[in-house]
Design a protein around this ligand. Structure first.
Ligand code: ACO
Length: 439
């Protein structure tokens, strides 16, 4: 039973409505706006959904003011320390940590489904050899719906779980094959004796002539990067998946929509953009203050990539985890040498920005993308694969959120309103009567 209400009065009509204030298990209370139109004939305006909850969810909680992130209640710091990516997948999808037997079965099922249908190879071959791997991902993941349509009764929870497992299982193969094709290399098949992350590295780097032995430090580092990226409640790509799925579109098409949304530099594409920015800083040798000043200049479109977040107004807990990991990977690895300079520049930039009033006032801190790129680069992952790895890790979050929405009998097709500011009614004129429009 609601204990709190907010009263909204329309001073034009003199009518009021009491709106229920809903209490979450954690976080800020939420006003239920649904009576607004019914009682007052009003809608709410909130471009970019800055204060609007689009759904309820039990999956991920984040507190941006205090820099907290939890999956199903478990703090991210505990998960990166004790869990594996595949266990985190189970947790996000099923809602609880698996028993040993559940984990073994889940891992075996995922490994069994990691092969792609042989005909799917032709999809890769249809792309230009210089295609961005994200372009290949969007196309191939969407195309999965053409191969797995037998169980597309998505109202059946068993089918939804099955398609979730299929997607989680096939994503590393699709991701690695996007890279192999773009580099003129033969496709490498997954192996049943490798873990999820080992398999991805094997499919990326093994050659017919030399077997790649996944380096334990790299496997652990990638595992941590993937756990840190696995879900992040209603961000742009997850909301895209939910919106696409709300029309009952099939899960593969809905996830392809999420991948497209993730690609942009304001979202998942930022990890690639951060490295390009740090490389430019290294190559030009300009003082760091030059870039901080550019980021503050409103006439310049340049922004510090990997800085700022819609929700975090404090240090992103994932950035903290990845900064520590970055030191370890770069320090312990011989190949890290050339990336040490990038890490030094990142640290210098962070120190300078965090002391600057512009960044302090706006509460702009490093986000998850700020340090992840240096780790990936040290592992040997090429720059244009960074966002692909983000997509591979986020697939479990997307599909868990989609599954939650589809399991809710009250879910509706997503359909926002608008504030129309265009022309009022006007009558059609024949072409010879028209004046040129002002540009
Ligand atoms: N560099 C310089 N100024 C910034 C930055 C930045 N990276 N980020 C935000 N600002 C400024 C804005 O110009 C704005 O200033 P103003 O109030 O004077 O107009 C203020 O901070 C608020 O920024 P908004 O763009 O309104 O914040 P919003 O929540 O809409 O955007 C976003 C968040 C897109 C992440 C933004 O901070 C950004 O573009 N960051 C750089 C790209 C990036 O790192 N993206 C990855 C995000 S994490 C993820 O998606 C996985």
């Amino acid at each position: 039973m609601a204990t709190n209400f907010v009263t909204v009065t329309d001073h034009k009509s003199g009518k009021s409505v009491e709106l229920e204030v809903m209490e979450p298990t954690q976080g800020s209370p939420i006003i239920d706006l649904r009576a607004l139109h019914r009682e007052l004939g009003l809608y709410a305006y909130d471009p970019g959904f800055t204060v609007t909850a689009s759904c309820w969810s039990e999956i991920t909680y984040l507190d941006g003011e205090n820099g907290l992130l939890q999956y199903r209640g478990y703090p991210i710091e505990q998960l990166v320390e004790h869990s594996s990516f595949i266990e985190t997948c189970f947790l996000l999808l099923c809602g609880h940590l698996p028993t040993a037997a559940e984990l073994e079965l889940f891992s075996a099922e995922v490994t069994r489904e990691s092969l792609l249908q042989e005909e799917m190879k032709r999809f890769f071959e249809g792309f230009r050899s210089n295609a961005h791997p994200m372009a290949i991902m969007v196309g191939v993941v969407g195309a999965l719906s053409a191969f797995y349509h037998d169980f597309q009764d998505i109202r059946d929870p068993k089918n939804r779980k099955l398609s979730a497992k299929l997607l989680i299982a096939k994503m590393p193969t699709i991701a690695a094959w996007s890279y192999r094709y773009a580099n003129g290399l033969p496709f490498e098949y997954p192996r049943s004796d490798y873990s999820y992350v080992e398999n991805f590295l094997h499919m990326m780097f093994s050659l017919p002539t030399v077997d790649y032995k996944p380096e334990p430090l790299f496997v652990r580092a990638l595992e941590v990067v993937m756990i840190a990226h696995a879900d992040h409640e209603q961000n742009a790509s997850t909301s895209t998946v939910r919106l696409a799925g709300s029309s009952e579109a099939n899960p593969f098409a809905s996830i392809a929509a999420g991948i497209a949304s993730l690609w942009g530099p304001a979202h998942g594409g930022a990890n690639e953009a951060v490295i390009r920015m740090l490389m430019e800083m290294r190559d030009t040798g300009k003082p760091m203050q030059h870039y901080v000043d550019r980021a503050k200049d409103k006439k310049d479109r340049f922004r510090l990539m990997g800085f700022g977040h819609r929700i975090y107004k404090n240090y992103d807990p994932r950035a903290k985890i990845l900064r520590d990991l970055c030191y370890q990977v770069v320090e312990k690895c011989e190949m890290g040498g050339e990336n040490r300079k990038l890490l030094e520049l990142a640290l210098e930039l962070e120190t300078l920005a965090l002391k600057d009033d512009y960044f302090k006032q706006r509460k702009l801190y490093p986000n998850v993308d700020f340090y992840s790129g240096i780790i990936l680069l040290t592992i040997g992952i090429p720059l244009n694969m960074f966002t692909v790895i983000f997509a591979m890790a986020r697939t479990v979050g997307w599909i868990s959120q989609w599954n939650e929405m589809m399991g809710d009998a009250n879910s509706k097709i997503g359909r926002p309103r608008q504030l129309y500011v265009g022309a009022k009614h006007r009558d059609y004129q024949p072409v010879w009567q028209r004046e040129p429009a002002d540009e």
